[in-house]
Design a protein around this ligand. Sequence first.
Ligand code: NAP
Length: 513
Amino acid sequence: MVVGQHVRHVRVAVIGSGFGGLGAAVRLRREGITDFVVLERAGSVGGTWRDNAYPGCACDVPSHLYSFSFAPEPDWPRTFSGQPYIRAYLERIADTFGVRPHLRFHHEVEKVRWDGEALRWEVTTSRADFTADVVVSAGGALSDPQVPDVPGLDTFPGEVFHSARWDHGLELRGKRVAVIGTGASAIQIVPAIQPEVERLTVFQRTPPWVMPRTDRAISWVERRLHRAFPATGALRRQFLWGVRELQVGAFTKRPELLGGVELLAKANMARSVKDPALRAALTPSYRIGCKRILLSSTYYPALARPNVDVVASGLAEVRGSTLIAADGTEAEADVIIFGTGFHVTDVPIAERVVGAGGVTLAEAWKNGMEGLRGTTAAGFPNWMMITGPNTGLGNSSMILMIEAQLNYLADYLRQLGQVGGLGGGRAALDARVFAVGAWNRRVQERMTRTVWNTGGCTSWYLDANGRNTTIWPGTTREFRRETRAVDLAEYDVIRAGDGGAAPQQAATKETVR
Ligand code: NAP
C-alpha cells in the first residue's frame, strides 16, 4: 500500500470473478450493499471457466445443476455444458445482475493486511489500493496451475504449457505431443487433439476410473418446456441434485458399495480397449471415488488409436526433446502439455494475506488448511473464503456449496452491522480458536471412513500431511444447514477503541496506478 496515496475505502472487497466472486457480488447487491469492488487479475470474468479453454473442456456436472439457483438457464444446449457456454453464462450473470460497475480488471491482489487499529483490511493490488471492512476471497481452489519440477525441462526445445494456459496460437497438427497426467483435464484434452496430432504420448502416473459420459443435445421441446414452464427446469435440477445427494453415503460411509460402479467403469474401458496389456495398464488399483470419478466416452477410444502411446509411468526427466518416464521409457515430443492440476492445498493467495497476529494465512495453515464452516479463519477477522477448506465435492455441483456460503456471508454482514453499527467498520468478527478446532475435529472424524481417505490412493484432496482439507464429508443439504446463519458464540467480537481507532472517513477517490 502506497503511503499518502488516496485509497478508496469499500465495505467489501471481493477477490476473483468466477462463480464464487460473481455470486458474492450478486448476493451483496441483493442484500442492499453496493459499496464494494470485485478485484480480478485477468481482463474478463469467468475464473476457471475463463482460464480453462483447452480443446474439449466441458463440465462433468449436468448443466441444469451447474448453474446458480437464482439464474436458471432454460436454453442449455447440451446435458453437459462445454466451457464456452459456461463462460458466456457467467458474462450474462455480470450483465443481468448489475455487477459490471463493481468489476476492477487487471487488479491482481498482491497483499491483504489486517489493520487492527482501524479494523479494516488494507488491500494492495497491481493497479490501485483499497481498504475494506470485509474481504471475500473467491479466488477458487483450481486457479493456480501446478507444473511439476521435472529435471531438464529447461532443455526441451519445443513448446510447453499447462492445460489452464492453453497456447491457442500453436498449431498441433502434425506434431508429436506429450500429455502429462490423466486427470479430469487431460482426459478431455486427449480425445480432442488425438485426431490432428501426428503422435500422442500420454504419461499416466496413476490410472483414473473413467465412467461413460451420457452427454446429449437437449431437444428444442425440452428447452421450450423449460422456457414456458420454469418449474420444469427447477424440477429437473431437483432431480439431478437429489440423485447426487443419495450417492453421498456411499462416498462418506460405505465405500464398499462403490465396488459395483467399478464394474461399469471396467465395462466402459473394455468396450474400446481390446489390447489386454493396455487394459491392464489402464486399470486402477484403488477404490473408485478415491480420486475424482472421471466421465468420458471418448477417452478410451482415443487411447486405442494407432497414433497414441500410453506410458504407464510419471514423467521423471527431460533431455532435449526426449521425455523419460520414471520406469525408464523414453518418448520424443515437439510439445509438452501439462495436465498436472492446481495448487489446491497450498493456494498462493494464502501467502499474501497477513492477519491480526502479523502472520500470513499460509503460516497459520502450515500444518494444513483449517476454516470455520469452510468460510472464516481464526486470526483473520472479517475475512471470508468462498470455497474455503473442506468445501469441495466429490460428486456434485460446487455452485450449491458456493450458494450456501453466500447465505453465511449475507448473515455475517447482517450480524456485523448489528454489532458494529450499520456503517460497518466499527467492529469485526474473528473466528474463535476453539470453534475452528471443534469444527475441524468434527469434519476430520467424519473423514476417517470416507473413500477419499480409505480408498488406497493419493489425490489433490489430501495435503502434504495426508489430511483431507479440501472435501466436504457430507451432503450439500447438510452444509447448507451448517452455513445458514452465523453463530456469534463462535466468534470474538472486536470493537474499535475509543480514541483514534475508529476508521477515519476514507477518501472515496480510487487512484489507479
Ligand atoms: P488433477 O486432477 O490434479 O490431475 C493431475 C494429473 O497429473 C494426475 O493424473 C497426476 O497423477 C498427474 N501428474 C502429476 N505429476 C505428474 C508427472 N510428473 N507425470 C505424470 N503425471 C503427473 O488435475 P486436473 O485434471 O486439471 O483436474 C483438477 C480438478 O479440476 C478436477 O479434479 C476437477 O475437480 C476439476 N476439473 C473438472 C473438469 C470437469 O468438470 N470435466 C475438467 C477439468 C478439471 P497422479 O494421479 O499420480 O497424482
